[in-house]
Design a protein around this ligand. Structure first.
Ligand SMILES: O=C(O)[C@H](O)COP(=O)(O)O
Length: 313
């Protein structure tokens, strides 16, 4: 049995992870049952999370998932994976348009990958939000980094949105394909082979991560750090990548490994989910700054929007 302590101060989460080997299994070390004990400092509550979590039926929270805008390697049609390249000017524009589309959807907390294209997308999108809160990247890589980035005004803190960056939401590691041209690679290895590397669930590109491997870290992170926030009523935006998001959507929409192969995500299109009574429901994508889309609004979102409008008049 192994116990690990972990913390995400910005998310108000401290945890003790205990891995218990499942006895009786022939692969005794192969399967682990994970128990987590969470201390949610913002709510001063201790949560023991064992397999399932009790649901507060009054809580409704929103989850926005957004793939980054066009990157400079998307434009050149290169396999990018974990290479850290910025947005093109078109990608910047996409992020701003995405921001307009979600400008009336509440955001209390932002998670991004560790890669600049996702961070840029989140920050640019938030410049359009009607609540005018300031997204601030949390630096907790060392004690000193935490100390030196302290904010000492309660009022300013209330007007801020913590942005938590984490490698677990990074794009799948594309192995030996990183930096290669997608079209040329298809010509060299055949369209079918390349399609298999790009879209199959459990086949990995040479020396890279399959979607299944990517989902093991991205979905685990989602369950351990993002879901508890939604369950406590926080509204969350996640800015990440085609494949880390495909794996999270596979989990949220309960897609099979077959169904996920045809899931494609465009750059810069925000997707909205509502968390309520222990369930996630997809509400599609908000259409624009003045229109949320027929399926997007819940009553709570409509009230939030009305309050923002009243504040600005
Ligand atoms: O990493 C990349 O090249 C893209 O962001 C995603 O690529 P894919 O569509 O080949 O999975």
């Amino acid at each position: 049995m192994a116990a690990t302590f972990f913390h995400q101060p910005a998310a108000g989460l401290y945890g003790l992870g205990i891995d218990v080997p499942s006895f009786g299994s022939s692969r005794i070390f192969g399967k682990l049952l994970s128990t987590r004990l969470f201390f949610n400092s913002s709510h001063h509550k201790l949560h023991l999370v064992l397999a399932s979590i009790s649901h507060d039926s009054s809580i409704e929270s929103t989850l926005i998932l957004i793939r980054h805008g066009e990157s400079m390697w998307n434009e050149k049609n290169l396999f990018t994976g974990c290479c850290d390249v910025p947005l093109t000017s078109r990608g910047v524009e996409e992020a701003i348009v995405a921001g307009k589309r979600i400008s009336y959807i509440p955001v209390d907390l932002i998670f991004t990958s560790g890669l600049i294209r996702a961070k840029m997308t989140a920050m640019l999108a938030m410049t359009q939000h009607h609540e005018n809160k300031v997204p601030i990247i949390v630096h907790d890589e060392s004690e000193q980094a935490t100390l030196w980035s302290g904010v000492y005004s309660e009022k300013t803190t209330k007007q801020s949105i913590p942005v938590i960056t984490t490698w677990q939401l990074n794009e799948r590691m594309y192995g030996d394909l990183q930096g290669l041209n997608k079209k040329e690679t298809a010509e060299k290895y055949g369209k079918e082979q390349v399609h298999e590397w790009r879209r199959s669930y459990d086949i990995s590109p040479p020396n890279g991560e399959s979607l299944e491997m990517c989902s093991r870290r991205a979905v685990a992170y989602f369950k351990d750090f993002i879901e508890p926030q939604l369950k406590s009523g926080k509204h969350v935006m996640v800015a990440a990548h085609a494949n880390s998001l495909r794996s999270i959507i596979m989990y949220l929409d309960r897609l099979t490994s077959q169904e996920v192969t045809s899931l494609e995500l465009s750059t810069g299109i925000p997707l909205l989910y509502i968390y309520k009574e222990g369930k996630f429901s997809s509400r599609g994508s908000p259409v624009g700054p003045t229109e949320a889309g027929v399926y997007a609004y819940t009553q709570n979102l409509a009230i939030y929007r009305q309050q923002l409008d009243e504040m600005s008049h």
